[in-house]
Design a protein around this ligand. Structure first.
Ligand code: ADP
Length: 276
């Protein structure tokens, strides 16, 4: 690799530039890569990725958002960027820049129509994510947030092996079935020596609109796997219309209580990986 200088794993990956399989274009200087993961689909991985990217941009950081969920890309909608297109300058792909300044790349920014299916085999899907990493002109970034491919299969494995992830954030629900599957993702990260920053417990409760009581719809307050795996809980978000409709305002949290909780989650993530 010609440019270890732009790599978040510089000096810590144990490889030298010759045996590194990760290529990066010289214009890219990405300080930290945060992978948002969940072994289970539909738990809010893309929602958390978008909220994290926007929260970090609001704090003045230079942020990118890479949509690694190639077959079910939802970050474009969640960011309120539908209708936008990503183009190439003949040399590199250029990300679409959101009104908050987040540089976004997703296959949905390249398809003729957002409802065109992507019927590709696994190897092509992982190649696409890797190309988003090393053929997109990201420029200088403090944080690249990756909405990781769903599951713990070959696509996730390739991405985790080839992209130098500074830390992984797990998204879970307080339900045994989901916890069991997210625990697989935690164990996968451990096996690949990727730091697990913590878990965001999403759709954790609903708030009664009449009395304000918190109701644990899954019957539990926290997931059992947190204790078993030793992964810290970064914070919990309710099932709430404010969060299901973020695409209507470009990925903004309008409810002050939920915003404060998400700020706490972002603080925990930054503290764990310490801004370089
Ligand atoms: P994943 O990326 O894990 O598949 P998404 O972020 O796409 O999950 O979320 C799945 C669905 O759940 C979406 O329709 C999203 O708007 C909704 N959703 C996610 N988190 C919440 C929440 N806390 N409250 C309400 N709806 C949510």
């Amino acid at each position: 690799m010609a440019n270890c200088d732009g790599c978040p794993s510089k000096g810590t990956c144990g490889k030298n530039s010759e045996d590194c399989g990760v290529k990066q274009i010289p214009e890219n200087k990405i300080k930290n890569v945060i992978g948002v993961m969940s072994g289970k689909g539909g738990v809010g991985k893309s929602t958390i990725s978008v909220l994290l990217a926007n929260t970090l941009a609001d704090r003045g950081y230079k942020v990118g958002l890479l949509d690694g969920d190639i077959t079910g890309p939802s970050t474009v909608r969640l960011m309120g960027l539908q209708g936008e297109k990503a183009y190439s300058d003949g040399k590199h792909f250029l990300p679409v820049v959101s009104p908050k300044g987040v540089k976004v790349i997703s296959l949905n920014l390249m398809l003729d129509s957002e409802d065109s299916p992507v019927i590709w085999r696994g190897s092509l899907l992982s190649t696409c994510v890797i190309q988003f990493w090393n053929e997109v002109l990201w420029g200088d970034l403090d944080y690249l947030v990756i909405d990781m491919p769903p599951g713990t299969g070959d696509i996730t494995l390739t991405v985790m092996q080839q992209i130098p992830i500074t830390g992984a954030v797990m998204v879970s629900l307080p339900q045994d079935m989901v916890s069991m599957i997210v625990a697989k993702a935690v164990n996968m990260a451990h096996m690949l020596k990727i730091k697990v920053i913590g878990t965001v417990q999403n759709m954790s409760y609903i708030t009664c609109p009449h009395c304000g009581e918190k109701i644990n719809i899954f019957g539990k307050e926290t997931s059992d796997f947190l204790e078993k795996t030793g992964v810290p809980l970064l914070g919990e978000l309710p099932t709430d219309a404010n969060l299901s409709s973020i695409s209507e305002n470009g990925g903004e949290i309008t409810d002050p209580v939920i915003k404060a909780e998400f700020d706490k989650i972002a603080d925990g993530i930054l503290e764990a990986i310490k801004t370089k």
